[in-house]
Write a new protein. Structure first.
Length: 616
């Protein structure tokens, strides 16, 4: 089935992973024959067969070269390639930056300082073969702690803080390493430091493999288990929070996980770059952006890639080696920035009743809205209107719990939202923000399916029948024919409708929409609001179009300078006096005799029909 993607069709993930695993296994055996001393593949197979049977190879030279020298580095290449690819995919999601790589947090530069101390000053020399790894791991963990501490002291872990702090710490640690190398009296130590900083697997030994394997396997399993939360986080913190993802806790967990993973790998391989930047991109191009397929493909693909990079490094200019960091196009320590169905199908059982009392919300210490009291009955539609900057979006975020109020309470069916977890909140209400934009590398159906995240564990695969729910939601917004199209091919109006479909698929009893008719033509504006009405749930929406607010909503709340100017039936609230004061426009009411709907004629000197003059 074609997905109309640039560059062709998606490749099925399972067959691709199987093919990559087989290719990696075969490559691992074949690669043992390459090096400064070429060996025959049959001789390599004989050694492996004998060793796996518990014996030794018949030829002592072959046995030593294959089993003691090359096999550890081949396995380490697989482990490092898989681990760095997983870390890169995770880092790009964490900071929402396609240029991010595993070393963005300054971990590599910190490890470089630790390794330099070991080589130049002999720190940890009593640990033997573990000295260099221990020093590098210690430096990496120190860099992690500093980046974490600085980010938290500035207000918490956010993409911007992580990037800026990581770049600064990378530069600082690189300067320390350069200082130590410059004042070293031993030229061989200087050469060893530069050799390590560029990255190499030549020092791999059997004793170092098991700890690395354990860390990479555990990290991979944990990240795959959290695949749906990662999908939501990739769409933005607001979207993830609206879908019930504990964004703050998830960011901290990902930060620690990536830091430990990269620290362990850098400790045994040095600053090997590129693989963690490029392989995740290639995986997304081939299999799409959902993490449950990206992570396995990136892991196996990174392992295969690093395996053959290592082969090239030890054969191209044999008996010398090309360092992996150099071949990968980067040196150590450089900051990454330099480079229509029945409603029960959607899980909606009833309508919600929302109330708030004395609600106030602030941004950066400045109060935006205050003293807001609302009572939204079950099944009703409330429009919040006001001039630009009046606080409509801030009020919606406070009502949904995405922004903690500085005063007041919000209750849904008598339950205080402040006492609910993110997931519990997301099952009660769905929020579609004004600035929401679907990730471009997802298919429309995949993006809409994110609405089901609050209803299943983060490690769960798509539930049985979930595609029917997705198609049902897309039918509501007239986009069912786009289910397998890339989001990047949607128009602005189609994107808004697709995001509404995600909110519908969430199956909550309360739907909160910020400018839902933005970018829509007249036909789709009316169709969307009629669709929302047909859902039978409680709706709160911020709208700019006063005509739509008057004609399609049960009640209107007018927000002016951060306070409610009035709440009630559109005809009672959107009076000429209110519109003149709040919006600085002249307006008159017109009532459709056929439907009874109130319409507004806005503009100075708007004419009034004869049959309406008596009511003017």
């Amino acid at each position: 089935m074609s997905h109309d993607r640039p560059g062709g069709r998606r490749v099925p993930a399972v067959p691709l992973v199987v093919a990559l695993v087989v290719a990696t296994a075969v490559s691992a055996v074949v690669s043992l024959a390459f090096g400064s001393e070429p060996l025959s593949v049959s001789g390599v197979v004989d050694v492996l067969r004998a060793r796996l049977a518990g014996g030794r190879g018949g030829d002592p030279t072959y046995d030593t070269i294959v089993w003691e020298l090359r096999a550890p580095r081949v396995i380490m290449a697989v482990v490092v390639g898989a681990g760095l690819s997983i870390a890169g995919a995770c880092m790009q999601t964490l900071v929402r930056n396609p240029l991010a790589d595993p070393y963005l947090l300054g971990v590599s530069s910190g490890a470089g300082v630790g390794a330099t101390l070991v080589i130049v000053l002999g720190v940890f020399s009593g640990l033997g073969i573990w000295a260099l790894s221990a020093g590098a791991l210690g430096g990496a963990l120190l860099a992690t702690a500093l980046v974490f501490g600085i980010s938290m002291a500035q207000g918490g872990i956010t993409p911007l803080r992580l990037v800026l702090t990581g770049v600064v710490m990378s530069a600082a640690f690189s300067s320390v390493s350069s200082f130590l190398v410059f004042f070293s009296a031993d030229p061989r130590a200087t050469q060893s430091v530069l050799f390590w900083l560029l990255g190499s697997l030549s020092g791999s030994v059997w004793e170092q493999i098991l700890p690395s394997v354990i860390v990479v396997v555990l990290a991979t399993l944990l990240l795959v288990a959290l695949h749906s939360w990662l999908d939501a986080l990739a769409a933005g913190a607001d979207v993830a929070s609206a879908l019930g993802v504990p964004v703050k806790g998830l960011r901290i967990a990902l930060f620690v996980l990536v830091s430990v993973l990269v620290g362990v790998l850098v400790a045994v391989s040095g600053g090997i770059g590129f693989v963690g930047l490029v392989v995740p991109h290639l995986a997304r191009i081939v299999v799409g952006a959902r993490h449950r397929v990206v992570l396995p493909v990136a892991a196996v693909g990174g392992a295969l890639f690093m395996l053959w990079v290592d082969v090239a490094a030890r054969t191209v200019v044999a008996p010398q080696e090309i360092q992996r960091g150099h071949r990968s196009g980067r040196g150590a320590g450089l900051p990454a920035a330099a480079r229509p169905p029945s409603l029960h199908l959607l899980g909606r059982r009833r309508m919600s009743h929302l109330t708030c009392h004395g609600l106030a919300a602030a941004i950066g210490g400045r109060t935006i809205v205050s003293d807001v009291d609302l009572d939204v009955p079950r099944g009703s539609m409330l429009a919040i209107v006001g001039r630009n900057g009046s606080g409509k979006s801030t009020l919606l975020r406070a009502l949904t719990g995405l922004r903690h109020p500085v005063a007041g309470t919000v209750q849904v069916d008598g339950v205080d939202l402040a006492g609910l977890t993110s997931r519990q909140r997301a099952t009660r209400l769905a929020h579609v923000a004004q600035e929401d934009g679907p990730p471009e590398d997802l298919l429309v159906g995949e993006m809409v399916a994110m609405g089901r995240i609050p209803h299943r564990p983060p490690w769960a695969l798509d539930a049985k029948g979930e595609r029917h729910l997705v198609l049902a939601a897309l039918e509501h917004v007239d986009l069912a024919d786009k289910v397998d199209h890339p989001c990047q091919h949607l128009s602005g109006g189609e994107r808004r409708r697709a995001m509404l479909a995600r909110g519908i698929a969430q199956g909550s009893d309360l739907l909160v929409l910020d400018e839902p008719t933005n970018h829509l033509d007249v036909h789709h504006q009316i169709q969307l609001l009629e669709t929302v009405r047909s859902l039978g749930c409680t709706v709160i929406a911020a709208v700019h179009d006063l005509q739509l607010a008057a004609a399609h909503f049960d009640a209107v709340a007018v927000l002016h300078d951060g306070r409610l100017h009035g709440v009630g039936h559109p005809a009672d609230v959107l009076t000429p006096e209110v519109l003149r004061k709040v919006f600085d426009v002249e307006a008159r009411h017109l009532t459709d005799p056929a439907t009874g709907r109130v319409h507004l004629v806005v503009g100075a000197g708007a004419p009034v029909p004869a049959h309406q003059k008596a009511h003017a």
